[in-house]
Design a protein around this ligand. Sequence first.
Ligand code: ZN
Length: 205
Amino acid sequence: MNTPEPVHSGIISEQLASYRKRSLPGLVATSALSALIAFGVFYSSLIATSQPITAEQYSKVNDAIELLEAKGFEREVFLLRNTAQFRRSDNWFNSAMLNADSYAATNFPFQIITLYPDFYSKTTDDVERAMVLLHEAKHLESKDENAAYAFVWQNRERLGWTQLSHGTTPTYVTISEQTRENAPELFNCPDKVWNDCTETLAVRR
Ligand SMILES: [Zn+2]
């Protein structure tokens, strides 16, 4: 254990005195710098306690992002390409939280996207992986689960991920159930198929 030397308290009180004399802009700058350093330390700890995706995994991620680009999701593609770090194992913060879903998790505002095995194996093609990334891109924008699920569901036709094309895949079934839980406001249209306000399939009467 270190015993503090008396000289330290002298330096600290001098620092405190000069701190008190500082102007408001100086204090703001100091606080902003402290916040930036704290952000950097936290970010580094998230990166240090997780592993990057492999080259093979990156190629799947890239294919999915290219598909999003082809479908015109420019804002989301920009965020995924320029702000996100993709990881393959949980950082300490994710490990401590219990609510990660099975495909991916995003740490906002650190822009870290953790992709779990289901992202590669439970999805059936690039379209379904693009759908997962579209959801995570909403988290990169600070959107909550309701907004992320609703955005994907409302844009699934544009994405090419619909009842007709993917309705029987495990991912479509899982995500449609999760969307009903997280964005119930999209499912209160009794005149539509499955009460789904976004469904374009016609009701047979
Ligand atoms: Zn989410």
